[in-house]
Write a protein that binds this ligand. Structure first.
Ligand code: WTA
Length: 638
């Protein structure tokens, strides 16, 4: 027996020890018993973190959509696979059964083929949270095309960068999207992006908001008529376990976004196994993850993990505040949601609305709550536990990353006793290590350090698209023979982990990772700006907010600072997207720098956080006097 579903804490420890003693045997057993392979592997694992190179289930052949769709048709063909809840609460929800999903994915796959898409080609998907998004993802996987989903909140410049980096041949988008009471002109954004994307040959357009849009002759086509004509079955492409499944971009602290590459076999095994255990999914359950498929959480825990387990997975098009802040709870009640998985920023925003609104809804279907994306503060944890879970539904605080593909540290509900703000214990197969600044592992409990992982797991990203050196530098160079996460963590007296946050220049705002350098680059494009530095500071709802220190070129000129602030945020919106807009902008004449010319962000962070009691050592600064000046400007103003 491979203990596919863990039931007791003793069993967890037993399985965990087994997974560390003999990882190959551990994962082989799971892979063998719970998935459909066209050919078994020759070798379970080969790895070398120095190169770095990791291969799981080498030589095996499969198609992930056979695992996520075809094999369920015989046993649960009429079960809802995807439960689509539209933006407008008066529009009926759509139940897409496994049978119907099969047909829709096959049709879409055949359309892609008819447009010349072959195994290994990259397809960019820029869609709102409508069923076609999940269908397009799976259709790519069906034919071995590599999908690159770009979150539909990114700007045209950000979209173009991502399309060009992976040289996508085709883009799937829609005429527009609904966002609460508003509509967004997605097709217009795609048109702007494609001005600078010579690699794109075709654009397929889903009709969603019925808006008037421009269709470029020879390039753009409406998708629906093509789907209607396409054949409803499509033989799956047989993939090698190590063939790329998708690319997903994530922000780095410097430079352009990193196209993380995930491969087929290991990703499938890990997302399916973690989904089953972390959400304790049972056959009749309705599971809802509120993330967008534009992020890794949506890839792994809306699409692949749930579908590989034959689950019913909810896809919600809208926002938590429309038509009012009761919307999430309305959906929970309406669809009798059993597992509810969201982000701390959403929990804080909902908590702010008070508990009266909750009284209108029956939340008794909820058995389990989840959180992901950033550290959850104690207050939000208790609010969630008291008011949504009614103190009877365990909270799984799941720590993981785009790069890790699946959840790495998390309680297993009903098994691991939870502790507020702690992600608790590593998942079987995951070997965390805390490192000190000298590069040594800190053993024992009640310690704090940089979080690394010592041993590969099946869904670790294999590379950064087109830049293996950057992959090595970013994740495998800080500590020898270790994958470095970029996060800090502490381990308590019983060995539970608490993630304390990023230790690099990535700032998590409302659960979105933002690198400081790309935002600074955008600001510096403003003709009046000489230099800038971005730091994060604590924010009640977003977790972190962005504070920008901006040096203007011509300080003599009296420009209207409010207009400049608007212009700077406008540039950021154009280059990256509205999620990266600054909450506060302080114009200043200088920035604190070290003798080697590096901006001392630690000090700027403290000032932005209004925490100047202990600024630490400023003697190494080239210009210590600017610190006082900036404090005067910022603190007086506040
Ligand atoms: C942070 C999201 C604390 C962390 C799946 C990580 C968390 C980054 C948690 C990855 C958590 C994610 N507790 N911090 N439960 N989950 N993080 O790539 O800093 O969008 O490195 O993946 O989010 O964000 P990403």
């Amino acid at each position: 027996m491979s203990h596919y579903s863990i039931k007791h804490i003793e069993e967890y420890w037993q399985i965990y020890r087994k997974s560390v003693r003999n990882p190959e045997a551990f994962w082989e057993e799971i892979a063998e018993e719970h998935f459909l392979w066209r050919k078994k592997w020759d070798n379970v694992l080969s790895w070398d973190f120095k190169k770095p190179e990791v291969k799981w289930f080498e030589g095996a052949q499969l198609n992930i959509t056979e695992n996520c769709i075809d094999r369920h048709i015989y046993t649960r063909g009429n079960k809802t696979a995807i439960l689509f809840e539209p933006n407008n609460p008066n529009e009926p929800a759509e139940h897409i059964t496994y049978k119907k999903l099969h047909e829709r994915v096959c049709r879409m796959a055949n359309v892609l083929k008819s447009k010349g898409i072959k195994k290994g080609d990259r397809v960019c998907i820029y869609l709102p949270m409508i069923p076609e998004l999940a269908v397009a993802v799976l259709a790519c996987a069906r034919i071995g095309a590599i999908h690159s989903v770009v979150f539909a909140g990114f700007s045209s410049t950000a979209l173009a960068t991502r399309i060009n980096d992976s040289e996508c041949k085709l883009v799937i988008t829609s005429d527009g999207s609904y966002r609460g009471p508003k509509t967004i002109d997605l097709k217009g954004i795609v048109d702007d992006a494609l001005e600078t994307c010579p690699c794109v040959e075709k654009v397929l357009v889903v009709k969603r908001i019925q808006s008037e849009i421009q269709m470029k002759e020879g390039r753009d086509e409406w998708l629906q008529p093509l789907l209607n004509e396409a054949y409803s079955d499509c033989v799956p492409e047989i993939m090698n376990a190590e063939d790329p499944l998708f690319i997903l971009y994530t922000s780095g602290s410097t430079g352009k976004p990193k196209g993380m590459v995930h491969t087929t076999g290991g990703y499938m095994v890990y997302t399916a196994y973690t989904f089953k255990n972390i959400f304790q999914y049972r056959e009749e359950d309705v599971y809802w993850c509120t993330a967008d498929i534009g992020w890794i959480t949506g890839h792994s825990y809306i699409v692949y993990g749930p579908l590989a387990n034959g689950a019913t997975t909810v896809m919600f098009e809208g926002v938590p505040s429309y038509p009012d802040y009761g919307r999430f709870w309305d959906i929970v009640q309406k669809h009798k949601v059993n597992q509810f998985y969201t982000a701390p920023t959403a929990i804080r925003a909902l908590a702010k609305e008070g508990v009266e609104i909750l009284e209108k809804y029956d939340l008794s279907s909820i058995k389990l709550l989840g959180t992901v994306g950033e550290p959850i503060n104690e207050e939000a944890w208790h609010w969630y536990d008291d008011n949504i879970g009614k103190r009877k539904s365990p909270i799984v605080d799941t720590w993981w990353q785009t790069e890790t593909g699946g959840v790495m540290i998390s309680p297993i509900p009903y098994v691991t006793p939870t502790k507020p703000t702690y992600a608790t214990l590593p998942f079987p197969g995951i070997q965390p290590a805390l490192m000190n600044e000298l590069g040594e592992e800190i053993k024992g409990n009640q310690v704090e350090g940089r979080l690394c992982i010592k041993f590969p797991w099946p869904s670790i990203a294999r590379t950064i698209w087109g830049d293996h050196n950057r992959y090595k530098d970013t994740y495998f160079s800080a500590f020898e023979n270790m994958y470095f996460t970029g996060d800090g963590a502490l381990r308590d007296e019983v060995g539970y982990y608490r993630i304390t946050g990023r230790v690099d220049d990535v700032i998590i705002v409302s659960g979105h990772n933002l690198g400081t350098a790309p935002i600074e680059d955008a600001i510096n494009e403003h003709p009046a700006v000489a230099e800038s530095a971005i730091v994060g500071y604590p924010h009640d709802i977003k977790g972190n907010a962005l504070f920008g220190y901006v040096i203007l070129k011509d300080t003599g000129e009296s420009r209207n600072h409010d207009n400049l602030r608007k212009e700077i945020n406008q540039i950021i919106t154009e280059q990256i997207g509205p999620i990266a807009k600054l909450d506060q902008i302080q114009f200043t004449s200088d920035l604190p720098k070290t003798r080697s010319g590096k901006i001392m962000r630690r000090i700027l962070r403290k000032i932005a956080s209004n925490d100047i009691s202990n600024l630490g050592d400023t003697s190494t600064l080239l210009n210590p006097e600017v610190v006082e000046k900036i404090i005067d400007q910022v603190i007086v103003k506040a």
